[in-house]
Ligand binder design. Structure first.
Ligand code: NI
Length: 167
């Protein structure tokens, strides 16, 4: 396993459209394992492949306190969604920024697991938010896109300043 570098907003590579995975093979499993290790190390509760510069429809999530309940999503698709809820979100690609975003309160998602088998999952609360946030990454969309142009511009400036100081 390996810890992969995470891209930061406004890196244009975060805007790439991720492609479906043809087959869950050893290479896909290695990517899932590296992404999980990267997410735990960050630390974060979700990570999508485009954030580590891999344009594939692959996501890992673990919202457990104990960090021992990983969810693997390959080619995820939201089948049904219901309701609305506002949550304060953050993102490993937009460090130290937390803003309210409105999303569906409940989702049913279909995906392939680490074993390549299809499964369905129903989620609400934080897990539902996280699934929608990570699927957005596969479309090149970030949570800051839900904010006003003014707010997003301020965050971009903050990120660029932060980057200058950490290089
Ligand atoms: Ni994110």
């Amino acid at each position: 396993m390996a810890i992969l570098p995470i891209l930061h907003f406004p890196d244009p590579r975060l805007r790439n459209q991720a492609q479906p995975v043809a087959k869950v093979d050893d290479e896909t499993r290695a990517l899932l394992d590296d992404m999980l290790e990267t997410m735990y190390a960050a630390p974060g509760i979700g990570l999508a492949a485009p954030q580590v510069n891999v344009a594939k429809r692959v996501i890992v999530i673990d919202i457990s306190e104990e960090r021992n309940d990983p969810h693997y999503f390959v080619n995820p698709e939201i089948l049904t969604q219901r309701g609305n809820e506002v949550f304060e979100e953050g993102c490993l690609s937009v460090p130290n920024i937390y803003e309210n975003v409105e999303r569906a309160a409940w989702v049913r998602v279909q995906a392939l697991g680490r074993d390549g088998q299809p499964y369905e999952l129903e989620a609400d609360g934080l897990l539902a938010v996280c699934i929608q946030h990570e699927i957005d990454h596969l479309e090149g969309k970030l949570f800051v896109d839900y904010l006003s142009e003014l707010k997003r511009g301020r965050i971009r400036k903050k990120m660029e300043k932060w980057r200058r100081h950490t290089l």
